[in-house]
Ligand binder design. Sequence first.
Ligand SMILES: C[S@@+](CC[C@H](N)C(=O)[O-])C[C@H]1O[C@@H](n2cnc3c(N)ncnc32)[C@H](O)[C@@H]1O
Length: 317
Amino acid sequence: MPIPTTYSFTRYLSAKKSVDDRALNQHVWQSLAAALPCAPPEQPLQILEVGAGLGTTVERLYAGGMLTNAIYTAIDLEPRLIAEARHRLPQWAAAQGLHVRQDSQEQIHMQRPGLDIRVATEVIDLFRFIAREQGQRTWDLLIAQALLDLVDVPTTLPALLSLLRPGGLLYCPITFDGGTVFQPEIDPEFDVVVEACYHQTMDRRLVAGKPSGDSRTGRHLFTHLQAAGAEVLAAGSSDWVVFAGSNGYVADEAYFLHFIIHTLHTALTGCPHLDAERFTAWIAQRHAQVEQGTLVYIAHQLDLLGRVSASIGETRK
Ligand SMILES: C[S@@+](CC[C@H](N)C(=O)[O-])C[C@H]1O[C@@H](n2cnc3c(N)ncnc32)[C@H](O)[C@@H]1O
């Protein structure tokens, strides 16, 4: 595909789905399936997804047989993403042969015999959501996919976990863990500097003046979960690996790659450690490699499944 002239985060998230599908760690996924409590009709599974984007995790959990009787709350900061989720999910559900009812603008209800899923979507910052819901409501499963590397985990994780019922589960797949690889090499020394500078932008990211990111979030999660009183039930790598086969890049993955290069370009423009002219040429060459189908991109990520202590109150069986 030609180099895009404009970029859409919505299209990027949609293009990311096939990359995630390949990357998600199957051991952690199966462990999640095994750990989920069974949900009788009178007690649907309560699932909360923070930073839900387009709602693709709903589609994936359904395909994996993990959503049969559930109330799914999907929140995201970005109105255009939630608008797209509201547009996309009913169409997807109808294509699965589910009976779809719009309970309200915010909630869709999907049914077939033996299956009942309500998905409520909301545009809200997760910190405001936590402040509003803490002590009011709890969930059986909390999902944070490709999100924890964007926040300050030591302070955010305990607050998020407080939304889980005793014994509740946390599933945090596609958590970045300090590896960005582009092949073929352009200039091995410069490639390494670009990668280091890119990771530094994550480590130094501030949102509203607060630290919000860590380029090695994945590996640090083990300690953070333990410190927050949660047990790690399963963990494994979920690296993105994108390359072109004989028919080019699959699905919309050429766009995904252009978007990643554009993100690097935006993040590192003005970086004092990079010669501006050389960096501009480097970016142009990476885009050209996508057009030629020669670019291979690998991002190292981890999936973790955790459980909070069941010692307080009753655990659902
Ligand atoms: C990398 S995207 C991942 C989206 C989705 N989980 C996926 O994997 O396709 C991160 C998402 O988190 C959302 N997000 C970031 N900070 C947030 C916050 N403070 N509150 C709610 N959502 C947030 C972004 O709008 C974005 O949709």
